[in-house]
Design a protein around this ligand. Structure first.
Ligand code: ZN
Length: 155
């Protein structure tokens, strides 16, 4: 059975520790507020272009594929796969000291955007091309970002 990604509410996990997101949260421009607000309610919304019908990343004022500026926010239409990943052996911010070593995933959604997020399966080495699952990671101050886990992880 194929998962219906359009109605799926994602699992939310707390970022380890009681840290504020102040040093790690991105600047949330008006054109991507919808994405970050939706994460707080368990939804991963991405901009869908009315002109070329492709899905883009949740940033920027126009479609990265055709330049169209008429977009609607829709749930991710496909499960992401690992496009690339990196393992950090040093924490560049104190919020990550207790997590070293940890991995960050570049995940591709269908023919659309690549999103970056922390890998939650600490004991599993990521494999490029593997289908994974987006998860919402909530910081102590309420900021929510995208993280990734194994497809069948019990979260
Ligand atoms: Zn477009």
């Amino acid at each position: 059975m194929k998962t219906d990604h359009t109605t799926q509410t994602l699992s939310t996990v707390d970022f380890p520790g009681k840290f504020s997101s102040q040093t790690v949260a991105p600047y949330i421009a008006p054109d991507c507020e919808v994405h970050y607000e939706a994460l707080k309610s368990g939804k991963l919304l991405l901009p869908h272009c009315a002109q070329c019908h492709r899905t883009g990343p949740p940033s920027g004022g126009c479609c990265p594929w055709c330049g169209g500026d008429e977009r609607s926010w829709q749930p991710a239409q496909s499960a992401p796969v690992i496009h690339s990943w990196v393992r950090y052996h040093r924490a560049y911010l104190p919020e990550f000291n207790n997590l070293v070593p940890y991995e960050v995933i570049a995940a591709r959604f269908g023919d659309g955007p690549v999103l970056f997020g922390r890998w939650l399966a600490n004991d599993v080495t990521p494999v490029i091309g593997t289908e994974i699952r987006p998860v919402i990671e909530r910081w102590a101050d309420g900021f929510c970002g995208v993280a990734f886990s194994e497809k069948d992880a019990n979260l």
